[in-house]
Design a protein around this ligand. Sequence first.
Ligand code: SF4
Length: 336
Amino acid sequence: MAPVRSALERRAPFADVAVVGLPRALMYYRLGAKWRAFFEALGREVRVSAPSDRAVFERGQALSVDECCLASKLYLGHVDALADEADAVFVPSFAIPGPLRSYCTKFQALPDLVTSAFSLAERPVRVLSALLSEGGAERDERGSYAALAQSMGASRRDGERAWRAACAAQRERDASLARAQAELVAGARRLPAAERPLLILLSAHPYVAHDPFVAGPVVDALRANGATVLFADEFDHARGLRRSRDFSPSLPWIVNRELVGAILELHERVDGVVLVSAFPCGPDSMTDDAIALCVKGRPLLTLTVDAQSGTAGVETRVESFVDILSYQRKGGYLHE
Ligand code: SF4
């Protein structure tokens, strides 16, 4: 006979969770500041898994089906790393808050994916799930966090306070990244042409661009070849989203829209653009070719990273690309 759950357990099934695990993967790279502030404001301790490496990937791969993309395989590896570290691992699902504001379907299925992957695992994981309405109307987004706070046994007032703290932390993080990036561009532009480093815009989902196991070797190779790297995902999101209307009136994925908008805003101020995707990515496979048509007059390098490819190929391609940019700057062969 199934155990009888008390009224509190039904209303607040996660009230007993003292340590919340945050997998350092997928949207953690975009919303980690908000989630950390939210749980801390509710009085919880937060543990974040260590940055990705091959061991994390191999563990994630063993838990995944082959069709999963590299980024979601890594996610499972990070969840596994938290199994003994936290009372529950936060695995949100993302609602679709509007027609041009949807997320990759992987984000909607994430709690089910994790629950099923760990159902037979040696170390079971308790999943703290929530349906978040990120990027939608403020009322909906706030409501989704209020429900999450309630599931952890917080009063309405404490939930509201945690939501405000979370939004402030995320706003501050986003603004400081956008500011630092704008200063980097302005500083480079102030230098005499002969001393100016090559400015390269790297466009990728945040969990690809900033994960040391995914785009890390690309970023390292660009820097080793003397380039200054700007990240499209650190550009002002709202501005990128507005500008993306010039690219497509119907592209559904909000993160791809922000990236495209950032490329349109920045590509004339950089020497080249690098697109990086995690294999196999449905949204990127639909947008990358179209982006190539928009980036007129700037060399573009497209890289797809999968865990089997070593870094030697990446280094060679990046080196050749930087050579092309240097040649271009001296009046080379690519013209609008
Ligand atoms: S957008 Fe692409 S890389 Fe990201 S989770 Fe979806 S398929 Fe994977």
